[in-house]
Write a protein that binds this ligand. Structure first.
Ligand code: SAM
Length: 123
């Protein structure tokens, strides 16, 4: 369940304006480079700034958030079409495995995420 403040459309619309300096994302971007990641799972992506940034650098990005209002803002950003957006809670995600040379974390192939609803697939 999303936090009320992130689910409120009027707040989601101004989230980026309230926090215009996103130099905090430099560290995460650098980590992706340091790890040689090709795929990134952005948990709690919010309005998608990091997800779009990394996708713009050619990484495969899956971005997850339970707040539909934030995802609506995220989907309108430049480069959003290159991100796989998942409306869901991190606890809904299937078990993850680390593939050290290719990505930071990724779902097992047999447990692919469903877009627009990260419900665990039937066993
Ligand atoms: C402070 S915002 C940060 C958003 C984004 N990462 C950024 O840097 O702009 C925290 C985000 O975590 C999301 N969140 C909270 N609980 C979550 C959960 N259980 N699973 C996934 N995302 C969650 C919220 O909906 C919100 O969008």
């Amino acid at each position: 369940m999303a936090d009320a403040i992130f689910e409120e459309p009027r707040l989601a619309e101004i989230y980026d304006e309230l926090d215009p300096d996103r130099s905090d994302l430099d560290a995460y971007s650098a980590m992706a480079g340091e790890f040689g990641a090709e795929s990134v799972l952005d948990v709690g992506c919010g309005t998608g700034t990091l997800a779009c940034l990394l996708a713009g650098r050619g990484l495969e990005v899956i971005a997850v958030d339970p707040a539909a209002a934030c995802l609506e803002v995220a989907r309108r950003k430049p480069g959003a079409g290159d991100v796989r957006w998942v409306h869901g809670d991190v606890t809904d995600l299937p078990p993850l495995q680390v593939a050290p040379r290719r990505c930071a974390v990724r779902p097992r192939p047999a447990e692919r995420l469903r877009v627009h609803g990260a419900k665990r697939p039937p066993a």
